[in-house]
Design a protein around this ligand. Structure first.
Ligand code: AMP
Length: 394
């Protein structure tokens, strides 16, 4: 029975364990929080990430280690890697923890991104805004996720305000992309270098937080899926990556711009638990253990709905056909991801009505499944909300 060590004990770790236990795997989590959602599913080493004695105890007897969030301090990852095998390698953390390093890495591979430039001190802000253009998105280089630590700005005055509001810390200033939609690709690479990609997923964010996704994304030409897989393949190879990686894209006038890379299983891949032949969690475990990868084919179409801030009535959700509830065991808090619901339909044509129905249940309004309408709403939000922080709570 292999013992898997996981740095981080959040919901992603919990779902890794839920996928791995049927394969006969055991889990040990390292997480400084006594309330870590994954703790119920394995051993829990509860200590700060720089506690060497606890890290030593964590690594003792592991077959392989992995991480479930990208803010693991790189010295911690290097220590664990030195005492065994850590997949993905710490290199992927180093690249993705800093938005500037990440964007430069993506560009070096010849892939497209929004226009961007770094600002380290406020004096250079005005000239950077001229080169990048307005509107723009100012993002803290480090520790930003779920839209936290970033602001949309339309004028130089708003940018000055944002520079102060973001703590006068190094930021990346990106051109605002009036995207047609947001897509993500979850892909897995095995130890031998073999890769398998899931179908592209269409994602809808609110306040920078993923609210719902459609999988597979509707109306994806084969060439666009191939383009996404090619881009992700370049990233995987450059990082000599093992495990699941996610690439978030903006689709803009038929082109894909890379927004972000997540070196881990991803929220937009949760539908794979019931909606794909092999879940992203199982495929990550297969990859890091050197086992054959599983099929990434979708089974019908899935709607993924995040549960944010407050839990819905369990019975109401479970009364829905082909609907699967996942509750992460976290204390409710505004803006916090507490769980998700996946609804599966057999045919793409049934998605619109099921989506409306689920959104009524979640009281998220009646946003129709209509890419143009969603795009207009996003643009309007970005313009009316600026210069507000577009982030939510974790
Ligand atoms: P991120 O933390 O970079 O994934 O950003 C969170 C969300 O903010 C994204 O999913 C987009 O909805 C929005 N966003 C981020 N960067 C940009 C950009 N350059 N242009 C337009 N929207 C953006």
């Amino acid at each position: 029975m292999s013992l898997i060590g996981v740095l981080g004990g959040g919901q992603l770790g919990r779902m890794l364990a839920l996928a791995g236990v049927p394969l006969g795997l055991r889990f040990r989590f390292f997480d400084p929080s006594p309330d870590a959602p994954a703790a119920a599913l394995g051993q829990h080493v509860c200590a700060p990430y720089d506690d060497i004695a606890s890290l030593t105890r964590f690594t003792d007897g592991l077959d392989v280690a992995t991480y479930e969030f990208e803010c693991v301090p790189t010295p911690t990852a290097a220590f664990v890697n030195g005492r065994g095998r850590l997949f993905p390698s710490p290199l992927a953390l180093g690249v993705t923890q800093d938005r500037l390093v990440e964007k430069q890495f993506i560009r070096r591979l010849g892939l497209h991104t929004a226009a961007f430039a770094a600002v380290d001190d406020g004096d250079h802000l005005a000239s950077v805004l001229v080169s990048v253009g307005l509107p723009a998105v100012m993002k803290r280089r480090r520790h930003g996720y779920d839209g936290r630590g970033q602001m949309v700005v339309r004028t130089a005055a708003e940018a000055e305000h944002a520079w102060v509001a973001l703590g006068r810390q190094p930021v990346v200033v990106e051109g605002f992309v009036p995207f047609d939609r947001e897509l993500s690709l979850v892909i897995v690479r095995g130890r031998s270098g073999e890769t398998r990609a899931y179908p592209l997923v269409e994602n809808h964010h609110r306040d920078g937080v993923l609210h719902w996704s459609l999988a597979p994304a509707p109306a994806i030409p084969a060439a666009l899926q191939a383009e996404a897989e090619l881009a992700a393949g370049c990233i995987l190879n450059a990082l000599d990556y093992t495990g699941v990686l996610t690439v978030e894209f903006f689709e803009h006038r038929g082109r894909l711009l890379v927004n972000e890379i997540a070196p881990r299983v991803h929220n937009s891949g949760h539908w794979t638990i019931e909606g794909a032949e092999t879940s992203q969690f199982e495929n990550h475990l297969r990859a890091i253990l050197g086992l054959p990868l599983g099929s990434t084919a979708a089974i019908g179409c899935s709607i993924l709905h995040n549960i944010i801030g407050a839990l819905p009535d369990t019975a109401t959700i479970l009364a829905q056909p082909h609907t699967y509830l996942h509750v992460y065991g976290k204390a409710p808090r505004p803006g916090r991801k507490l769980g998700h619901v996946t609804t599966r339909v057999a045919e793409a044509r049934d998605i619109g009505s099921r989506l409306l129905h689920m959104q009524r249940l979640f009281k998220t309004g009646s946003v129709r499944h209509d890419a143009a309408r969603v795009r207009r709403a996003e643009e309007e939000r970005a313009h009316t909300a600026a210069p507000a922080d577009i982030g939510g709570a974790p």
